[in-house]
Design a protein around this ligand. Structure first.
Ligand code: SAM
Length: 152
């Protein structure tokens, strides 16, 4: 293996590792406590989150009533380690139990299916893949979603 190829493999591994970094619940709690009043009657979308492991999902499902959410949608990109090429999303509202719906495609936040969910959401909260951060923010701006950054 040449040095150049080795270097690029290492760089990809580093980027992939950052892409798979999971946010801790305590960090989500300490940040989102400043926004609690903004979630009332809102459809919240976590579009880069596997509900099986995401603490954004855990936070919003646990505090669904307290925050007076209207709906929580959590979309999961296909898992490269699993056979399925499809992503899925979960949807919960106060009236019904959580539903799991499979995407026809891979659940990429840039896919038409995921963008349809984005359009019907009021607030988007997640920690997106580091390597796609610019595209992620550009998409939010294109769809007229406010990009939050609390001034400390
Ligand atoms: C930095 S991790 C954060 C995961 C979760 N949001 C959290 O904060 O715990 C980024 C997540 O985005 C997922 N992901 C990678 N590429 C994606 C894409 N194109 N569309 C949607 N999700 C993607 C990864 O599988 C990973 O779970």
């Amino acid at each position: 293996m040449t040095r150049k190829v080795q270097h690029s493999l290492l760089r990809n591994a580093k980027v992939n590792k950052k892409d798979e970094f999971y946010t801790q619940l305590k960090d989500i709690e300490s940040e989102l406590k400043h926004y609690e009043s903004h979630f009332k009657d809102q459809v919240v979308f976590c579009n880069c989150d596997d509900p099986k492991v995401s603490n954004f999902f855990n936070y919003f499902s646990r505090d669904f009533k307290k925050l007076k959410l209207k709906k929580l949608i959590t979309a999961c990109y296909k898992n490269p380690e699993e056979d399925s090429e499809n992503g899925f999303y979960s949807e919960s509202s106060s009236a019904n139990k959580m539903k799991i719906i499979h995407f026809k495609g891979d659940g990429d936040f840039r896919s038409e299916e995921s963008i349809e969910l984005l359009k019907k959401s009021d607030v988007v909260v997640t920690n997106p893949p580091f390597s796609l951060f610019r595209e992620y923010v550009a998409q939010l701006i294109k769809h007229d979603k406010k990009v939050g950054n609390r001034v400390r």
